[in-house]
Design a protein. Structure first.
Length: 151
């Protein structure tokens, strides 16, 4: 289901950037904002990231990407995107489940836009709950969600 992506490679960073652009444009349109920080990220930012990237392909297309970091059994999900061409195929759930099963973690957190009800519902389905809210300098209402592994 998931493959580790070599985000330091220019070719792979470009693929990740392309899917980020397509997915985050949909989210920015939903929010009706012109300045959406994830859209400012370029391939150099992706190549320099200290986080890891896993991807899911349909055929040769990179259909979904999850970016995360893991430190002392604390998992931080930095991004989870699905190419709009592959929406409504449960890819986000499959990718998230695969990551949670694959890495050794005890606590996790993620943040998303408060208006992104599908993302919040996805994380809540996996046991995450709201931990905090804030408004960014761009005026975007954000929500943080956390989870502690019950085992």
């Amino acid at each position: 289901m998931l493959e580790l992506l070599d985000h330091c490679s220019e070719e792979v960073a470009t693929q990740i950037h392309d899917i980020f652009q397509r997915s985050y444009k949909v989210e920015a349109e939903l929010l009706r904002v012109k300045e959406f920080p994830p859209l400012q990220r370029n391939t150099s930012h992706i190549r320099a990231a200290r986080s890891k990237f896993f991807g899911s392909r349909i055929g040769t297309d990179l259909a979904a990407v999850i970016e995360y970091s893991l430190s002392a059994a604390h998992l931080t999900i930095d991004s989870l995107v699905v190419d709009p061409r592959y929406f409504r195929r449960s890819l986000a759930s499959k990718v998230l489940r695969s990551l949670l099963d694959r890495v050794d973690w005890q606590t996790a957190d993620v943040e998303t836009v408060a208006a992104n009800r599908p993302a919040i519902a996805l994380y809540e389905k996996f046991g995450f709950s709201e931990s905090h809210r804030w408004i960014t300098k761009e005026g975007i209402d954000k929500i943080g969600l956390s989870f502690s592994y019950p085992g």
